[in-house]
Design a protein around this ligand. Structure first.
Ligand SMILES: NC(=O)c1ccc[n+]([C@@H]2O[C@H](COP(=O)([O-])OP(=O)(O)OC[C@H]3O[C@@H](n4cnc5c(N)ncnc54)[C@H](O)[C@@H]3O)[C@@H](O)[C@H]2O)c1
Length: 240
């Protein structure tokens, strides 16, 4: 079974649907109700559990993890996807906003991996897949907290991969470019869609569906010899 953080909408919702199609039962941790995602998973005849969960709160993650383990016994795939991306210049950024972005985008990965990695190690098979961003590679402005958090995701994955390869657990990262989701389409990012598409080798705006092949591969047995890596899926914008 697979846990997906931030699976109530956007990229996480598409991830939940795809892993359900691949035969995984799904658990969603999100601040918002995930009823739409639940329906998509049930259509694939897979079990689904969702609970309100603040991924930045250790207590909230622990409560969620207890519910997941009580229902499913163990977790095979953890997808650390929940994240926020407020666009703020560093000179205007307050310490509170910096901490909020780091807590949601990076520290959450500590809480979820702590909760579910021991079960993967015990069973001798597991996948930890985290979502970074090619803002890490490109260094876009107005994103210092975000880019620092997404670089942290890559560093975390590289180092953890070295520890748990012997246990049959792989740890990888997917780095999307700018993806059209309800949040980006309704935010300042929407103004960059067209210009960014022109800088890509493939000149159209990225959709969540463009990430699903990479996700499905990393979660599969076919990716068993690949770990500590970052798969850049951005239409050929950056070269990693
Ligand atoms: N959309 C993009 O252009 C893009 C590009 C690169 C990377 N990413 C990354 O992909 C991931 C998903 O992005 P998206 O565009 O689908 O975002 P989104 O806003 O559409 O969805 C994010 C989900 O995370 C949930 N969430 C936010 N804070 C949470 C918290 N504290 N606890 C629990 N759930 C929380 C939201 O409720 C939402 O359902 C993020 O990590 C983001 O940084 C997105």
């Amino acid at each position: 079974m697979a846990v997906i953080t931030g699976g109530a909408s956007g990229i996480g919702q598409a991830f939940a649907q795809r892993l359900a199609q691949d035969g995984f039962d799904i658990a969603i941790a999100d601040l918002n109700p995930a009823s739409e995602t639940e329906e998509l998973v049930e259509k694939e005849q897979q079990q689904v559990l969702s609970r309100p969960c603040d991924v930045s709160s250790p207590e909230s993650v622990q409560t969620f993890a207890e519910a997941v383990l009580a229902r499913f016994g163990k977790v095979d795939v953890l997808v650390n996807n929940a994240g926020i991306y407020p666009a703020t210049s560093f000179l205007e950024m307050e310490w509170e906003e910096w901490q909020r972005v780091l807590n949601i985008n990076l520290n959450s990965i500590f809480h979820f991996t702590k909760a579910f990695l021991p079960g993967m190690v015990a069973s001798g098979w597991g996948r930890v897949i985290s979502v970074s961003s090619t803002t890490f590679h490109s260094g876009l402005g107005l994103n210092t907290h975000y880019t620092a958090s997404k670089g942290g995701v890559i560093g975390f994955s590289r180092s953890l991969a070295a520890e748990v390869g012997v246990n049959g657990v792989t740890v990888n990262t997917i780095a999307p470019g700018l993806v059209r989701t309800a949040t980006t389409a309704g935010g300042p990012q929407s103004e960059w869609f067209d210009a960014l598409a022109q800088q890509q080798a493939i000149k159209r705006t990225q959709e969540p569906s463009d990430l699903l092949g990479a996700l499905s591969f990393l979660a599969s047995d076919g990716a068993a010899f690949m770990t500590g890596q970052t798969l850049v899926v951005d239409g050929g914008w950056v070269r990693s």
